[in-house]
Structure formats: structure tokens, C-alpha cells
Design a binder for this molecule. Structure first.
Ligand code: SAH
Length: 398
């Protein structure tokens, strides 16, 4: 597609574009040439009319242009997406070659130079999210090249995400190519087996971003009594049990998730392990355990995103502090706290300060043993630090 227009930058706003930050905010635009429609390809020019970059436009979004190329000779067409996706897939070579794992992210949107596009592999199925209007426009071409490039039984769309609203797009779910996935698709992760509900599960079905961290956490679980809070389908529980945990209590508000968690234990031959599945609110249940004097040796806290906007960061931090403060009180001396935050707006620095605040109020000395981040198939592009969202600490609570 030829650019249907161009946007001219406000003087002094070229630097992030030149540094290859993929977002151009509407406030950085001084004028628009031509009549680009929403979702169209536009050129980005400096004050003097010099070409800087090319991307897709949406007047309804604060992020008016998402940049795709900085090369004036590169046309945005099916070949462009074919090549960009092929590069992204090739970067997962090591994961693809690992027979112990067959579920991972193939395309991580901006961080893989493909703004708005998520592609996950779940064994024989591919699951996509088209998060923006500009990328939604290329759905047909993208699906064709995914079908061509990768062996799969089917490609399924899970664009049922709130961010699409900001783009003026409705949520969309359904088969895009090939067969519709069964209600549960079995995947392997580091040799463990999991049932994934691609069609209705959270995100695209599984929290792939925690893959590497599950290995780290499992290393501390031997012979311990484990509380797996915000367990979802029990991924941490399976790793913990396989790592020799004495007992595991899973807590989640989703009954469906816990049902799959139970099945996942069985799938791994761990049905006979001492495990419990508690449906409820973690905030309330941690308090109940404290009142009852129930104690654990290791606690995993992997809550959902608490902060979606800057104005929610303060409340989010209060939430993180509360659950971490409670967890510290439930830990036996020298117990292990594995605590996570997936709110991108809460930095690793701020998160650590919140955990410190919790330790002060709990009256416990706390040592950091390991600092964790998102799995390697969810890379952080240096030019796009906003792509860093998952952080975790493995702590010893003295
Ligand atoms: N640890 C999981 C992912 C957790 S995602 C894994 O490795 O797969 C967050 C989970 O928290 C979701 O399953 C969601 O159902 C649950 N949840 C959200 N708010 C909750 C609350 N207040 N109490 C209990 N569970 C909650």
C-alpha cells in the first residue's frame, strides 16, 4: 500500500522517531498532508519535509502513528509483513528446537517490530491478537503468511481485548484459518504438560511470559508447603509439585481455571500429591489464613495487572503492598516469597520499594535472592522500554 498521506512533526519532536521508538503521539504532529484514513499508511516527516519513518495512522488513538519502517524505499505491503514475521519467527529458533516446549510467543508486537500484532503458538495451533486498526487491516495477508510459513492445524483469533476499544474496534474471536481448536489443547512447557483453553481462557489461553520464572521458582519448592496465589490453571503448581513440594494450595477467583489446574496436575501424574484448590479472593483468603494461624514455607503471588493507567498506579501499589504484607506474615521464618507484578506502569524500581514497604510494616527482614523478568520470547526492545512489564522478586523472608 502506498502512503495515502503524511504527517509533519512539531519542531524538536524528531528525536524519538530517529531513535526508532515505534509510537508517535498526536501531540507531536503539527500538520497532516493528504487525507489519510484511519488505518492507512502514512509517511512521517520533519519540519523541513524530510522523510523520517513510515507507519499506520489512526486519528482516534492518542498514538496517532505506529511506525513500521525507517527506510524510505521500503513499501508496506504483504511482502513487508511476510519478511517481518519470518524474522520474528526465526528469533524463536532455540525455543522451536527445544522438544520440551511447544508453546511460546512468535510475535511480540512492538518489541518484535510489528506494532499491534501478537502471535502465540500452542502446539499445533496459532493464536493471534490484532490490537490496533492499522494491523487489523492486514489480517488477511498476515494470516495467509502464517498459514504458509508455519505448519499448523489452525489459526485462531483472540482479539477480545479492551485496548481495541481505543482504536474504535470491536472485540473479535473465532477461527481465521484451518480447524477450530478443541476445547482443550495440550501443550508442553519444559517437559510439563498443560491443557489450554485457547477459545475462552485468559489472554490467549496461557501465561507464556512466566515460563522461565516457573523454573526458577520450582528450584525452591523441594519439601516445602506452597501457597500458589492467583494460580490460574496451576502452571506454577505443576512445577512446584514436580520440584518436590510437600503440599500446594492454589487460590484463584476463577472456578474454571481451578478445574483445569486440577486436571493439569493429573496430566503430569501428580494427582496423588497433597493439593488444594480454593475458589475466592486472594486478599480475603490471605487474611483468613492469617487469622487462623495457617503458615507456609513458600508463597507465589502472581496477581493480574493492577494498573492500566497512570492514575491507577498509586492504588495498584497499595494492592501490591497489601498482598505482599499479608504473605510475609504467613511465611515461616526464612520462608520464600516469589512475588510478581505485570503492570508495565509500575517499574521494577517502584515494585521493589513497595515490597520494602510491606517488609517494614510486617516487621520482617527480607533478602532478595533473584530478580526476574518476562520470558525470552517476550523480549524488551531498547528503543521501546514500555515493552517491559513483568517483574518478579524471589525473596527470603527472615
Ligand atoms: N500464575 C498464573 C497466572 C495468573 S493470572 C500462571 O502462571 O498461569 C492472574 C489470575 O488471578 C487469574 O487466573 C485470575 O482469575 C485471578 N484473579 C484475579 N483477581 C483475583 C482475586 N482478587 N483473587 C483471586 N484470584 C484473582
Amino acid at each position: 500500500m502506498r502512503p495515502t498521506g503524511a504527517v509533519r512533526l512539531v519542531k524538536g519532536r524528531e528525536k524519538p522517531v530517529k531513535n526508532r521508538h515505534p509510537w508517535l503521539f498526536s501531540g507531536a504532529i503539527s500538520g497532516i498532508e493528504g487525507q489519510p484514513g484511519d488505518g492507512d499508511i502514512v509517511d512521517v516527516m520533519d519540519q523541513q519535509g524530510q522523510f523520517l519513518a513510515r507507519g499506520y495512522y489512526n486519528s482516534h488513538s492518542q498514538i496517532a502513528v505506529r511506525l513500521l519502517t525507517w527506510n524510505p524505499d521500503e513499501e508496506i505491503n504483504a511482502d513487508f509483513f511476510q519478511e517481518a514475521i519470518a524474522h520474528s519467527v526465526a528469533r524463536r529458533q532455540a525455543l522451536a528446537a527445544d522438544a520440551r516446549t511447544d508453546a511460546y510467543r512468535l510475535v511480540h508486537a512492538e518489541s518484535d517490530l510489528l506494532p499491534g500484532l501478537i502471535v502465540d503458538r500452542y502446539s499445533g495451533y496459532l493464536v493471534t491478537q490484532f490490537l490496533t486498526l492499522g494491523i487489523d487491516r492486514w489480517k488477511r495477508e498476515i494470516v495467509a503468511c502464517l498459514a504458509d510459513m508455519l505448519f499448523s492445524e489452525g489459526i485462531y483469533e483472540r482479539s477480545d481485548v479492551d485496548v481495541r476499544e481505543k482504536e474504535g474496534l470491536p472485540p473479535v474471536v473465532g477461527a481465521l484459518w484451518g480447524g477450530t481448536p478443541p476445547d482443550r489443547v495440550e501443550i508442553r512447557e519444559n517437559g510439563h504438560r498443560f491443557a489450554v483453553d485457547i477459545k475462552a481462557g485468559q489472554k490467549t489461553g496461557f501465561y507464556l511470559d512466566q515460563r522461565d520464572n516457573r523454573v526458577r521458582v520450582a528450584a525452591y519448592c523441594g519439601n516445602r508447603e506452597v501457597l500458589n496465589a492467583f494460580s490460574y490453571t496451576g502452571a506454577f503448581a505443576v512445577y512446584a509439585a514436580a520440584g518436590g513440594a510437600k503440599r500446594i494450595v492454589n487460590v484463584d477467583s476463577s472456578a474454571e481455571a481451578l478445574e483445569i489446574a486440577r486436571d493439569n496436575m493429573a496430566l503430569n501424574g501428580l494427582a496423588d500429591r497433597d493439593s488444594e484448590y480454593v475458589i475466592g479472593d486472594v486478599f480475603a483468603i490471605l487474611r483468613r489464613y492469617r487469622e487462623r494461624g495457617q503458615r507456609f514455607d513458600l508463597i507465589i503471588l502472581d496477581p493480574p495487572k493492577f494498573a492500566y493507567t497512570r492514575s491507577q498506579v498509586e492504588a495498584a501499589c497499595r494492592g501490591y503492598k497489601d498482598i505482599n504484607w499479608l504473605a510475609m506474615q504467613l511465611l515461616r521464618p526464612n520462608g520464600i516469597l516469589c512475588t510478581f507484578s505485570c503492570s508495565g506502569l509500575v517499574s521494577a524500581d517502584l515494585f521493589q520499594k513497595v515490597i520494602f514497604g510491606a517488609s517494614v510494616d510486617a516487621g520482617r527482614d527480607v533478602q532478595i535472592l533473584e530478580k526476574l523478568s518476562q520470558a525470552t520470547d517476550h523480549p524488551v526492545l531498547l528503543s521501546f522500554p514500555e515493552g517491559e512489564y513483568l517483574k518478579g522478586l524471589i525473596c527470603r523472608v527472615l
